[in-house]
Write a protein that binds this ligand. Sequence first.
Ligand SMILES: [Zn+2]
Length: 435
Amino acid sequence: MLSIVSQFGLTEWWTPEKILDNQFNKLGLLLAHACDNVPYYRNTLKACAIADPAHVTPEEWAGLPILQRADIQVAGENLHSGTIPRGHGRVTSIYTSGTTGRPIRVLRTERSNLIWCAFTIREHLWHRRQFRGKLAVVRNSGKGQDPYPDGTRSSRWGLSSHIFKTGPTVSLNINCTVAEQVDWLRREDPNYLLTHPTNVHRLAIYCLEKGIPLDNLRQVITISEMLRPDVRNVCRAAWNVGVADMYTGRDVGYMALQCPEHEHYHVQSEGIFIEVLDDDGNACGPGETGRVVVTPLNNFAMPLIRYEIGDFAELGPPCPCGRGLPVLSRIIGRQQDMVTLPGGESRWTLLSAGNIETFLQIAPIRQYQFVQNDLKTIEVRLVVDRELTEQEQDGIRKWVVAKLDHPFTVIFSFVDDIPRAASGKYQDFISRIEA
Ligand SMILES: [Zn+2]
């Protein structure tokens, strides 16, 4: 692992051309392996007429079919490789539910797990963490696990402790209330806090309102959901710390990490090939937003070739930091987060794009969620401190109509709590419109 991590320290500075060349070498190996050993690809790739899969060209690659989550469900074991190259180690499997409600089973090898660990360490190194510090983790634990008031503790940081001597990890279940989490954080007094963006947003607001410092906190690390820009501002205001975000998927591993010097993301090209495609399937250029299509380069047990994971992202120009790894300037959530207009057109709600503060200033809103149940109506679900005035409700209606840029009928439901999805993710927009 130390060797892989030190190689990362070289490859991240390669030119974009050299990185792409190297990726196509790996894509060739993967494709040839898939054609020879995976029933699903033997059938689907036969029609693609690739002269030599081991030396696939970018033009040929762009003609390969896109793999959808539903395809993976249908293919089942036909996506499993009959044999696995020597040195990839034992095969294990995990289930992922995603936010789509379409669970899939994904195979991994010891080799793909090793590379996963190496990216974890790169992330710590990029953000200059002190490995001896205390790491507090608030995430989706199983029901009843990591309970308040004590959570659970471990003497080390998990994966990174394979090659670094680390401080302890303390963990609490994300379904604990904000007050419980803050009480626990004050007692634990960690150096780093790893959690979901929506959770840390609520924690920081709470601490800001009550004037609660976390004196030894150095940085917040966010995972698993789209990071709204206001989360960074609130963390700085509450605790005077920055946020390092990462873009990962349980089924595909690390996709992108926040640049050590900027707020955008670098694709983890040593482990994954990411394409950002427009509606016609053509590659997007810098500044353009499109569908994220990924090919993990190291999973030979269950190759996922051109897998459309359901997220959208905006491609960025090369990074001034000098790393050649491609840049994603924004990650824009999932198709389920898109609003559908009566004519059938879908567009991103862009709730993440900045001015959610203007919404929160309208009324004493604790939690919110927008739900599109049909083509004409948006349900605004709110947890509020007190009953809203007519004027406040009117202000919210106007904000929603302006934000979504369509004269929807806005209805309200007031609830005590808006729970997370089973995956632990918090969705601020849910579309119940069938695609
Ligand atoms: Zn950079």
